[in-house]
Structures are given as structure tokens and as C-alpha cells.
Design a protein around this ligand. Structure first.
Ligand SMILES: CC(C)(COP(=O)(O)OP(=O)(O)OC[C@H]1O[C@@H](n2cnc3c(N)ncnc32)[C@H](O)[C@@H]1OP(=O)(O)O)[C@@H](O)C(=O)NCCC(=O)NCCS
Length: 148
């Protein structure tokens, strides 16, 4: 398993993973949304803010983050590769590239939503604390905040 910054050559395989796990993310329902998301990922790649987990030449984990906002923007691990600490390893890698003096924020599903069970358990496991209730793409979400 290799954890590293993604490059443009990874984009097709990155999007294969996004498509496979799209049901976990509001806002990726349509082909147009996926096409737009691909451009978004490319922007993160150019800013060196896209981390991937590669296994046997295949991308099985993807993470986007913002250095400016100190925010984790997207995180997914292939369903067949979960509970192997791949997400944890990607977050650890991300932390080496972020400002240690600012809180890290991520938004995810609110409590009680089945799609959010893994993510909420994961962020709590890392030490994130529950924060503000907000909305994203018209869906109710909750911020999780982590202070080193
Ligand atoms: C959330 C997600 C990224 C976690 O990826 P992962 O690689 O399986 O997570 P890890 O193996 O690094 O998990 C580390 C720890 O988090 C906790 N955890 C992770 N998934 C969990 C789950 N489904 N139930 C309970 N605890 C869980 C556990 O404590 C785990 O350690 P353990 O396996 O030794 O008990 C993955 O489930 C996923 O892609 N889900 C769909 C997309 C999504 O929800 N993304 C986040 C949206 S903001």
C-alpha cells in the first residue's frame, strides 16, 4: 500500500473510485456533477492537496484537503478495502502538510443517518469533536473539529 500525492495520471482511476462510492456523497448524483467534480479534483491535484492510497497500481483511497481553510474536503476508501487503516494513514499524511496551529474541520452526516455511521465513528476515533450543525448541497450535515 502506497500513500502519496495524486497526479494527473491518477485521475481516471481516482474517478472510478469516486463513481463507485458516490452514494455516500450528496452532490454527486448526476453525470454532470461527476464531470464537474473531476475538474475540482484536478484543481486539488495541481495545488498538491489530493492524497491517494494505491494498491497494486489501483487507487483504493482518496482524500482532498484545503491548506487555506485547514479543511478535509473529501475522503473515501473503496468498500473492499475498508477497516485496514487506509483512511487513517491518509489523514496522517495530510497532517504533515497542514498548519499544526489551526483546528482541522470536516463536515459529515448528522447522527442517525445510516450513510454516516462509518465516517462519524472514524472521525471520533481520530479525536475529532462534534461541532456545528450546518448544510451542504441542501443536505443537513455536522462539522467535526480537531485540535492538535
Ligand atoms: C469513513 C471511511 C473513509 C473510513 O475508511 P477506513 O479506511 O475503513 O477507516 P480506517 O480503517 O482507517 O478506520 C480507523 C478506525 O476508525 C473507526 N471506524 C472506521 N470505520 C468504522 C465503522 N464502519 N464502524 C465503526 N468504527 C469505524 C475504527 O475505530 C477504526 O479502527 P479499527 O478498524 O481498528 O477498529 C470509509 O468507511 C468510507 O469511505 N466510507 C464512505 C465514504 C464516507 O463516509 N466518507 C466520509 C464522508 S465525510
Amino acid at each position: 500500500m502506497e500513500i502519496r500525492l495524486a497526479n494527473e495520471r491518477d485521475l481516471d482511476d481516482w474517478m472510478r473510485l469516486v463513481r463507485k462510492e458516490r452514494d455516500s456523497f450528496p452532490g454527486l448524483e448526476t453525470e454532470a456533477a461527476l464531470t464537474e467534480h473531476r475538474e475540482t479534483v484536478l484543481g486539488f491535484v495541481h495545488r498538491e492537496s489530493a492524497i491517494c492510497a494505491a494498491c497494486d497500481g489501483r487507487i483504493v483511497g482518496a482524500l482532498l484537503f484545503s491548506k487555506e481553510e485547514n479543511m478535509l474536503c473529501y475522503l473515501a476508501v473503496d468498500g473492499e478495502y475498508r477497516r485496514r487503516h487506509i483512511a487513517e494513514d491518509m489523514v496522517s499524511y495530510m497532517l504533515t502538510l497542514m498548519d499544526p496551529n489551526r483546528a482541522i474541520v470536516v463536515t459529515t452526516y448528522r447522527e442517525g443517518v445510516p450513510e454516516g455511521i462509518a465516517a462519524r465513528a472514524f472521525y471520533k476515533h481520530l479525536g475529532f469533536a462534534e461541532g456545528r450543525l450546518t448544510e451542504e448541497f441542501g443536505s443537513p450535515v455536522q462539522e467535526f473539529v480537531w485540535i492538535r
